[in-house]
Each structure stands twice: as structure tokens, then as C-alpha cells.
Design a protein around this ligand. Structure first.
Ligand SMILES: *Cc1c(COP(=O)(O)O)cnc(C)c1O
Length: 422
């Protein structure tokens, strides 16, 4: 009989979203008259349709496939050259960042890439640094790969170095106090909506270079950065080409959460060590990983992604971002007006809010569900440090967001506690 990957047995139950679902279903069953009123601001999924330029390009691509003369079979395992070129040109070189076309690896999204990247690092030998709270995928993929011990009481795993994000550091973690080999950063952040300034990001790059660590930089929400002072890519920082791998996705800018496309930037300068002390580049290993394990993403999807860089596509993406950022402003202002301590919602589509005194994350979730019929995400689901906070997502229609703002006003006015004094 084969042996199982016992690392999977260490994983704590996929608790957050199933538990949210369970509570919403129970509430709806008990209050059928309110079921239709429920507004979901919980899951970080987009709501608006694809940009028209994408649809046109994808329709045309299907027509290509329907004709023997223009039919395409397997494409290159790293993505078509025209898409890699469009990405490198528009997202990097056009902004003065030195990234070559063959340093772009097209994929079916950042979540898969976050898991796949661990293939090229030694399992069980690297110390992993992860912000807390953060997107749960970084931790769980490392547990699966054998880079952690078992679960700790109170949340998290032994052996992982957690980097707390708190109101004191504006949810931008301080440099690790113990050594790490691989460290994840996510800006603009999910769930806190925090952003990192150039100086702080430079201190991370300097740290990584001095300590020979590698930064895995998740820039899935880069398109939401409106402030020109903020770095949109880690490669804007000198020296990052030798110590950082960047993940990008078309999910949150182009609305591709269901279409599936993203990419990894793997600069040829990133080197890590072998057991016998040699320094080797990761780029050839990442190339090999793709050519062996994947045949890339479908041709119509890559044509759709390419269309995001066309002149019309870029305008339409901006319209989508403006829509969601308008929502974020409404939600943020609603929370501030209630006297709740609020972060994010500027340069990011998430608003992060401190629960009123005496209410924990799940308590706030229940109160919002029962009294306002609004689904939010309890901060505790993103890590220990998320306890006492909740996340509201701006991914919704304007009408829904305005209704949420109005209902929140009524909720706190009706006695959510001493929030106004904070
Ligand atoms: C949504 C999201 C992604 C994107 O994942 P895809 O697989 O590309 O849809 C990546 N990182 C974070 C932090 C996210 O919230």
C-alpha cells in the first residue's frame, strides 16, 4: 500500500469559508424572509463582467481555433511570446524596470503559482516567514510541502516564523528577528488593505540581500495602487532582481477569477544554494518545472489576457478599478463615520476594521449577519493577529455597497458598543 503525504494531516480544517457558509445557511433557513436581503461582502471575488476588449479577443480566438488555417494546438509551456512580451513591456520596461520577456511565466493564476513555486526549493529545509494576518494560501502550501511542524494551540503551525501586522506597524510587518530563508510579502495586502512604501520595501530587499533570503512578493492587487509614490512592483527597488520573485494575477484587475490567468516574474539573477555550497540560479529550474508539469493556459485565455494591455483594454480595466475603489471609499467612510478604527480601502479593495470593544471577529460576523444581513469576513480566519478585526470586501455592485453602508449605520447606532470612544 502506498504511504500518504502526512503533511496534509497537519492541516487544520479549511475553517474560514466553510464556517461562513454554514452560518449563513443556518441563518437563511431560520429566517427565510431575510434570506433574499443578505449581501455578501465576504469572499474576495469580483462581481463585474469581463472588459469588452477581453470578450472580443476571446471570441476571436475561438474563431481561430474553429478554422484549420488558424488552428493552434499546444502552445509554449511558459505562455505565448506575444503575451510574455506584452506583460514585460507594459508592466515593467514601460515603467523603467528591467525585466526580460523570458523572465515572465504565464500561468492559470497566482494561487496555483504560490503552491508551485515550492517545487524548486528544498522541502523541509527552509525557514518560512509569513505575515500574520495574511492570505492563507502561503501557510497551507508550506504545511503541505513539509516546511512546518504540527498545528499550534491557538492557531498557526510550529516552525513557521509569523511576522505580525498590527495597528502599531500599520499592518506592514517588521523585519524578522530570527533567520528566514523564504519570506512572503503581499502588498496591497489581503486582508488588511495595507500598502508598503518605497523605504520600507527597500529595507526588506536590503534584508533579503544581506541574509541571502528570497522574497516571494504577491502583487495581485497592484492595479489598485493609485498613489504614485507607492511601489507597484518589488523590482522598482534596486537589488530586488537578485532576491525577489513576483506573483501577479489578472483576477483582480481584469476580472479573471473565473477565466484563470496570471504570471510569475522569475529574474535570472535570483540564486540559491545547494547542499555542497554552490550558488545556482532558480530560473532554469522554474523553466524546467513548467515544461515538465504544464502545457500552459488555453489560447483563448491568453488572447483575453493580451487584450487587457490594448488601449481599449487598459481604459476598461481602469473603469473596473474605479468602480471597486468607489465602493471601497463608501465602505471606508461608513466605518469611519461610526467611529470604528479602519484601515485599507485606499489603494486596495479591502477595508479592515477593528471590532467594537468586547466583540471578537466571529461575534462581529454574527452581529452583522443577524442584524444587518451582511456577510463580512472575520479577521481571525487570516491568522492569530486577525482576531479582533473584520474585513469588508469592495467587490460588489454600488447599490449593494450603499445598502451595506446604510445598514451598518443602523446596526452600530442600535448599540454595537463603545466604538465611538476609540
Ligand atoms: C485573489 C488573490 C490572488 C489571485 O489568485 P488567482 O489564483 O490568480 O485568482 C493572489 N493573491 C492574493 C493575496 C489574492 O487575494
Amino acid at each position: 500500500m502506498p504511504f500518504i503525504n502526512e503533511n496534509y494531516l497537519k492541516l487544520q480544517a479549511g475553517y474560514l469559508f466553510p464556517e461562513i457558509d454554514r452560518r449563513v445557511k443556518t441563518f437563511a433557513a431560520e429566517h427565510p424572509e431575510k434570506a433574499k436581503r443578505i449581501i455578501r461582502c465576504g469572499i474576495g471575488d469580483v462581481t463585474e463582467p469581463l472588459p469588452p476588449a477581453v470578450c472580443t479577443a476571446m471570441h476571436r480566438a475561438v474563431d481561430d481555433l474553429a478554422d484549420r488555417a488558424s488552428f493552434m494546438g499546444y502552445g509554449p509551456p511558459y505562455g505565448y511570446d506575444w503575451l510574455r512580451h506584452a506583460i514585460a513591456e507594459h508592466d515593467y520596461r514601460g515603467r523603467g524596470i528591467e525585466i526580460a520577456d523570458d523572465e515572465i511565466f504565464v500561468s492559470d493564476g497566482s494561487k496555483p503559482d504560490c503552491g508551485a513555486i515550492l517545487d524548486i526549493f528544498a522541502a523541509g529545509r527552509n525557514r518560512i516567514g509569513v505575515p500574520d494576518p495574511v492570505y492563507p494560501v502561503y501557510v497551507d502550501t508550506n504545511v503541505m510541502a513539509g516546511n512546518s511542524g504540527g498545528p499550534r494551540t491557538g492557531g498557526g503551525y510550529e516552525g513557521i516564523v509569523y511576522l505580525p501586522g498590527t495597528p502599531e506597524n500599520d499592518f506592514v510587518p517588521d523585519l524578522p528577528r530570527e533567520p528566514v530563508d523564504l519570506v512572503y510579502l503581499c502588498f496591497p495586502n489581503n486582508p488588511t488593505g495595507s500598502v508598503i512604501g518605497r523605504d520600507a520595501l527597500k529595507s526588506w530587499v536590503d534584508y533579503a540581500r544581506a541574509n541571502r533570503a528570497v522574497i516571494l512578493y504577491d502583487a495581485a492587487y497592484e492595479a489598485y495602487i493609485a498613489d504614485p509614490e507607492l511601489p507597484r512592483s518589488i523590482y522598482e527597488i534596486p537589488g530586488a532582481r537578485s532576491c525577489a520573485i513576483e506573483f501577479r494575477s489578472f483576477s483582480k484587475n481584469g476580472g479573471f477569477t473565473g477565466v484563470r490567468c496570471g504570471f510569475t516574474v522569475m529574474p535570472k539573477d535570483v540564486q540559491v544554494q545547494t547542499t555542497d555550497g554552490r550558488s545556482l540560479a532558480l530560473h532554469p529550474l522554474w523553466s524546467r518545472r513548467w515544461s515538465t508539469k504544464s502545457n500552459s493556459v488555453s489560447y483563448p485565455v491568453q488572447r483575453g489576457a493580451e487584450a487587457l494591455y490594448s488601449p481599449e483594454g487598459r481604459v476598461q480595466v481602469q473603469e473596473l478599478i474605479q468602480h471597486y475603489m468607489g465602493n471601497a471609499r463608501v465602505l471606508r467612510e461608513a466605518c469611519l463615520a461610526l467611529g470604528l478604527r479602519t484601515w485599507g480601502g485606499v489603494n486596495a479593495p479591502y477595508v479592515w476594521v477593528a471590532c467594537p470593544d468586547g466583540v471578537d471577529s466571529w461575534g462581529m460576523f454574527d452581529r452583522m449577519l443577524h442584524e444587518a444581513n451582511v456577510v463580512i469576513t472575520p479577521g481571525a480566519g487570516f491568522g492569530r493577529q486577525g482576531e479582533g478585526f473584520f474585513r469588508i470586501s469592495a467587490f460588489n455592485s454600488r447599490a449593494n455597497v450603499e445598502a451595506v453602508a446604510e445598514r451598518m449605520g443602523a446596526l452600530v447606532g442600535a448599540g454595537a458598543g463603545s466604538a465611538g470612544s476609540r
